[in-house]
Every structure is written in structure tokens, then in C-alpha cells.
Ligand binder design. Sequence first.
Ligand SMILES: CC(C)(COP(=O)(O)OP(=O)(O)OC[C@H]1O[C@@H](n2cnc3c(N)ncnc32)[C@H](O)[C@@H]1OP(=O)(O)O)[C@@H](O)C(=O)NCCC(=O)NCCS
Length: 467
Amino acid sequence: MAASARSVLRFSRSSPVARSALNSARFYSTKQPTLKERLAELIPAEIENVKAIRAAHGKKSFGPVVVDQLYGGMRGLPALIWDGSVLDPDEGIRFRGKTIPEIQELLPRAPGGSEPLPEGLFWLLLTGEIPTQEQVAELSRDWAARSAIPEFVEEILDRCPPTLHPMSQFSLAVTALNHDSAFAKAYQDGVSKKEYWGPTFEDSMDLIAKLPNIAGRIYRNVYGRGKLPAIDPTKDYSHNLSTLLGFGDNEAFNELLRLYITIHSDHEGGNVSAHTGKLVGSALSDPFLAFGASLNGLAGPLHGLANQEVLLWLRKMQSQIGENATDEAVQEYIWSTLKGGKVVPGYGHAVLRKTDPRYTAQREFALKHLPDDALFKLVGQIYNLVPDILLEAGKAKNPWPNVDAHSGVLLTYYGLTEMNFYTVLFGVSRSFGVAAQLIWDRALGAPLERPKSYSSDAIQKMFKDKN
Ligand SMILES: CC(C)(COP(=O)(O)OP(=O)(O)OC[C@H]1O[C@@H](n2cnc3c(N)ncnc32)[C@H](O)[C@@H]1OP(=O)(O)O)[C@@H](O)C(=O)NCCC(=O)NCCS
């Protein structure tokens, strides 16, 4: 967020002059700004902020780019602007500067709950500000009001064979939502570039709002769980998603979903799903097309599908060496995975070099709600064993667990045992981060992405006779 916008915020909270101005404003109106109204206030300052950054630093260098980075999946290549979150290799994720424990403390919660409401996280990702309870409640109501999906999308889902992976069904349905895109229509009607962000905001809100109905329908169709109940406009987003999956009566599961969606929402811009959404969006494809593409990337086993892989791996381990296995037996199983040329799912990361704080947040949830669960204990046992083994094997740069090492165990505990569905929940969550950046990209007039590629032949010629 622009420094000027931040100082307005600081000023408004601390200064007596500002407080009295605010109070007199409240005398005329007690209504707090909606997310769109607040965003409209912030955008002009951020446009100026970006102009100032580019004027002052636009020609400065981050340092050299080396050939290995072109062959090595662009690791560490500075290439993208992503405002919602930044990932520090040692500390983990910060959402608009705030760590996971900080957002757990600061964001509004459901009545009687202790986990943050993802509605508040979306507000934070977009504005850099902590919303009030009233603003978050308004978002819950708004999303509930937008949540219905078109009949033809329901039919697409109902016609999918249950053998089609839930992520493929998810991506099909999200892509089909483009039928009613406000942005696509506005673009056809010749909307000015300055106004792009408005219909992008509307599409993004619709996208997030409709995902529970899509996810719920896939879950019930694929696993034969009966008819989908209706969204309750008095409940928050996670509670509604939980109800659609059939778990709404279990308040601990609702709390888990609030935490789950919040911590899976965003992980800066370079990961496959986030970057894909931004890249596709840069062609002015609407948020449904852009996020459909994100989901296809999330469906890969090195990315979001790892949460499914972890559970499969744990279950296989239990079937081979039994429950309550000794450390020696577990170590042997881990080695057999590596020797079989496979990765240990849920461990390692392209950026992180420490235990993922998203893993830690889930571990703390488990310690509070399911301390004696056998599978949770196995996850803890593995945590004590895998890092040393990966270090000894000597390949992985990061031997520590990531977010996917823990999520499946929590879902399983509450009865959501269908592992093939887990990445869909990750997908629902990831929409928050991708949508927030798509809105800012349109507000700031981000151009079409077009990095330069080289052939190996060209590289050989370029460096021929050079040391
Ligand atoms: C996440 C991941 C894809 C990052 O890949 P990366 O940035 O290329 O990781 P590294 O630079 O540490 O990889 C170096 C080597 O270590 C291996 N390695 C990394 N993590 C490993 C793991 N968990 N188990 C076994 N080997 C691993 C890589 O496969 C690679 O081997 P190679 O040289 O034979 O190709 C990788 O750690 C991985 O596959 N983890 C398991 C899947 C997973 O949990 N994904 C979810 C990520 S949030």
C-alpha cells in the first residue's frame, strides 16, 4: 500500500484532530465504508506511489541474472510485483507485513471463535488494513448474496463422471463462470482502462462467493453425499462452505476451515497458482479464466496436490508398518520412498528454508483440538525424523515441512477423509490471494507479461569464447 495511504491510516487512529473529524463524520453517517468504497479511496494514492517508485528506482538493478536461473525454474529471479504477501525464506509468509500469529490476533473472528475469518484476510490483502467486525460481516453477507451458480454450471458438474478428478471439475466450473463476467462484458462495451478495476472487483467477489457452491457440489456428486443444502446468509463464508460439505454442525470443523482458508490464501506471487493467475490475467482474461488457469497449476503434485499425496503416503506407511510403528520402522519407510526415486510429500520448498509457519499454525490447532489422534502423532513423529534423513540424502535444499504436511490430517480427523478432494479446499483458499492481486493489477494498469526466452543454442553462441 502507498506510504501516503498508510500514514492516513496511522493519522486516523492516533490523532485527536482526526478522531474528532471522524466523530463528526459519524454524526452524519454511522455506516462504515464497504470494501469497494475503501479500495476506491486507496487506488489514486497507490497509482502515485508506483509512479514515484518507478521515477526514483526504475532503472536500478537487482543484480545479475545467471544462466542457471533460466534452466532452474527461475529460482530467485526478481520478476513480479505482488502486494498481498511476501515470503521470507527463514521467517515464512507475511500478509501485508503481518505474520500468521499476528493475523490470528488482529483479524475479526466468528462469535465465540478463536480463528481469523477469511473475510478479514481478504480485506487485509486488498487494503493493507484490518477491517472492523461490521465490515467483515458485510462481506459475509455480500458473498452469500452472490453465491448462486448458473444452472448450466450445475449441469456441467452433474454430468462429470465421478472418476474425473475433483480439481479438473473445479477448473471446468470456474472457467465456465466466465459466461457472466462483468469484466468481459465491460471490455466488449469499450470500458476505459482507468475503470478496469471496477468490473474486475465485481468478478473477483463473484468468483470467491461462488466457490463454496462449486466445491460443495463436486464433493457431494463425487462421493455420493446427497443434495446440496442452501447457503445461509446469516453465516460466515467458512461456516457456509462447511455446511455445503456436510460438516456445518461441527463448530470445531468450521474453525478449522477459517484457519485453513486464511493460511492457504496467499504465498506471494511466484508460486505456480499465483503466478499463473497473474500471467493469464495480464492478457486481460477475466478473473474466472485467470483463476481457472491457477487451479490447473495447483492441481500438480509438486504444488497443491501434495496435500493429497501426503495422506496417501501416510496411509500407505500405516498399512505397511502398522500404527504406532517404531522410529526405526518409520525411518526405513522414509528411506524406501527416497530410494524409490520419489519425493517425501509435504517436505521441502522452493523458497522456504525453515519449518513453514503454516505447518506450525496447523500443529497448534491439532494440539488444541486433537492432541491424542494417532495420525497426528505419526505426523509429529515424521517431523522428528524426515529433516535429518533429507539432510543425509543431501539433495533437498530445505528439509523442513511445508503447509501440505499437516492439512490432510486435520481434515481426516473431522471425517473429511476423501483425499482427492483436499486440493479443492486449497483452491477455494487460493482464490483470495489471486483475486486480490488481479484487482490491483487492473487498478494499476499492469501490462501484458512478456519475459524473454532463449534457446540453448542462443545461449551457447552468446557466451562462446567468454569466460
Ligand atoms: C516443493 C519442491 C517441489 C521444491 O522443489 P525445488 O525448489 O526444486 O527443491 P530443491 O531445490 O530443494 O530440490 C533439489 C533436489 O532435492 C529434491 N527434493 C526436494 N524436496 C524433496 C523431498 N521432499 N523429498 C525428496 N527429494 C526432495 C528435488 O527433487 C531435487 O532433486 P533433483 O536434483 O534430483 O531434481 C520439492 O521440495 C518437493 O518436491 N517437495 C515435495 C512435494 C511438496 O511437498 N510440494 C508442496 C510444496 S508447498
